[in-house]
Design a protein around this ligand. Structure first.
Ligand code: ADP
Length: 485
């Protein structure tokens, strides 16, 4: 048997909601799988942030309830169909009609509720998936509830589980009492080989231990997390399950990120005719109040402003970088210290630095299209999508060789003129500085720089290949059943 019915469970899904790469992946991978003939459905919470054009298109299809906190809590299910994929939204006003998505003190309660509702929804809508595919800690409870709370329920029997780790840093760790109060499962699951983590419950650990297959979003990251430096205290758990762990690099949606059709950018362009890129650069400089100069290299950074993204390296050498004739555009939100750091640089160097402390999708597309280089010196990077999007727009990534950055950017070799970006090895500010200097030199050699742009734009990071690898995993799960029965 080949699995045909797949349920994705996720806490953010583009274009409905997005804080980072997770949303891009769960927004685009299901479409790629649907093209292969699978019946793919995606369930997510109905947050306040849902744009009215989607909100108005939702249809209510039923109600359900979740047993939690020693009572029954109701929810409503809404449906929306787009591009061969069916999307479900779980409504609970108190838990989800709030500003933003995460960071509330009751996140454990909210996402346990969501995970239970996603499972309770299935008999109501009459959909029994062959494979449930959950993502990150917020939805990890679905995987271990299937093997505990729902274990003896005939409807849920035989549902296979795949869990994708998008980032080991975020784990969902809560006091052990949630075993009883939120999860409603037996204490036998509170052991070191299951959910227990320093006398607390760790949701990510649970998913790693209970899922049939665990994937992460690049090959290199799947190897890195077997080492304690990257494993965020779950090295033993991951090593224990390394036979079930696979790395599959993310793709991007080539219809959304396409410089020849992108309506968000100022002017279309493609690999063969890149003249439009110069127009994007000029208009971007004008929009951001930077001097409109075609011959100055423009560096960009679009990111969550968190330690992971290597911002301390930038801080360390930013003055030296700004001694050069360059412009630097930042778009991001996150930790206060980094927001202030970039605001201060923009204040001190208004002709060179533009700091945009916001989440702005249109501006992001314009920056990808109008910049020359994209800086991503991450401390660690499970996959990273920004460097992939940059390459698609002919913007050369400057990356540290870690995780998905290592797997997706081929270091430029000036002798053979092969490669798609510039990279450095160690988490060291002066290696970053040297690489930025190399990029400025390269920019002064138009023939070489343009060759690099063409190389980058010719890469294929559409979902086609990676979606096949996920389909192979789903198929393998069923092949295994028949092999043993
Ligand atoms: P992560 O998932 O760790 O945040 P990725 O590189 O995988 O990093 O994905 C980040 C995604 O979020 C990209 O699509 C990027 O363009 C987008 N993004 C990040 N910050 C912003 C922002 N401030 N405004 C608009 N888009 C953003």
């Amino acid at each position: 048997m080949k699995p045909q019915k797949i349920l994705f469970v996720a806490s953010e899904v583009a274009p409905f909601y997005k804080t980072g790469g997770l949303a891009d992946v769960v927004g685009s991978l299901p479409k790629a799988l649907a093209k292969k003939g699978m019946d793919v459905r995606v369930v997510m919470p109905k947050y306040q942030g849902l744009a009215s054009k989607y909100r108005n298109a939702l249809k209510s299809i039923g109600n359900g309830q979740v047993d939690m906190l020693f009572r029954a809590i109701g929810f409503e299910i809404f449906i929306l169909r787009e591009e061969d994929v069916t999307f479900y939204f779980i409504e609970h006003n108190v838990y989800f009609e709030r500003e933003g998505y995460y960071g509330y003190p009751d996140d454990g309660e909210r996402f346990t509720f969501f995970s239970k509702a996603a499972l309770e929804m299935l008999p109501i809508i009459g959909f029994k998936p062959d494979v449930l595919h959950a993502h990150d800690w917020q939805t990890s409870a679905t995987t271990f509830l299937l093997r505990s709370y729902y274990l003896h329920h005939p409807f849920y029997r035989d549902i296979k589980t795949v869990f994708t780790i998008h980032n080991m840093k975020y784990q969902g760790v809560f006091p052990k009492e949630v075993i009883h109060s939120l999860l409603g499962i037996d204490w036998e699951h509170f052991t070191h080989l299951r959910l227990e983590f320093f006398d607390q419950v760790n949701y990510l650990k649970g998913a790693i231990n209970y899922s049939d297959v665990v994937t992460t979003v690049s090959n290199t990251y799947s190897e890195e997390i077997l080492h304690d430096f990257f494993a965020e205290n779950l090295g033993g758990t991951l090593r224990n399950r390394s036979h079930a762990l696979k790395g599959i690099v993310n793709g991007i949606d080539y219809t959304i990120y396409d410089p020849s059709t992108d309506k968000k950018i100022f002017h279309p362009f493609d690999c063969n005719d890149r003249t439009g890129k110069a127009i994007n650069k000029a208009q971007l400089q004008a929009q951001l109040g930077l001097p409109q100069r075609s011959n100055v290299p423009v560096f960009a950074l679009i990111t969550r402003l968190v330690e992971q993204k290597g911002l301390d390296l930038i801080d360390h050498v930013f003055h030296e970088i700004l001694m050069h004739d360059i412009q630097f555009i930042i778009l991001g939100t996150g930790e206060y210290r980094y927001e202030e750091m970039f605001k201060n640089f923009a204040y001190a160097f208004p002709e060179k630095v533009s700091a945009n402390i916001s989440f702005n999708n249109v501006l992001a597309h314009r920056i990808y299209a109008g910049s020359d280089f994209f800086v991503m010196p991450s401390l660690f990077e499970p996959c990273g999508l920004s460097q992939i999007i940059s390459m698609r727009y002919g913007t050369i990534p400057i990356v540290r060789e870690t995780g998905g950055l290592k797997d997706t950017v081929i270091p430029y070799n000036e002798y053979t003129q092969e490669g798609t970006g510039l990279s450095f090895t160690h988490y060291n500010a002066h290696e970053l500085l040297d690489t930025v200097k190399r990029s400025i030199d390269l920019y002064q050699k138009p023939e070489q720089f343009e060759k690099l742009q063409v190389n980058a734009m010719q890469q294929d990071f559409s979902w086609e290949h990676s979606a096949t690898l996920y389909a192979d995993i789903y198929n393998q799960l069923f092949a295994d059943i028949y092999a043993t029965s």
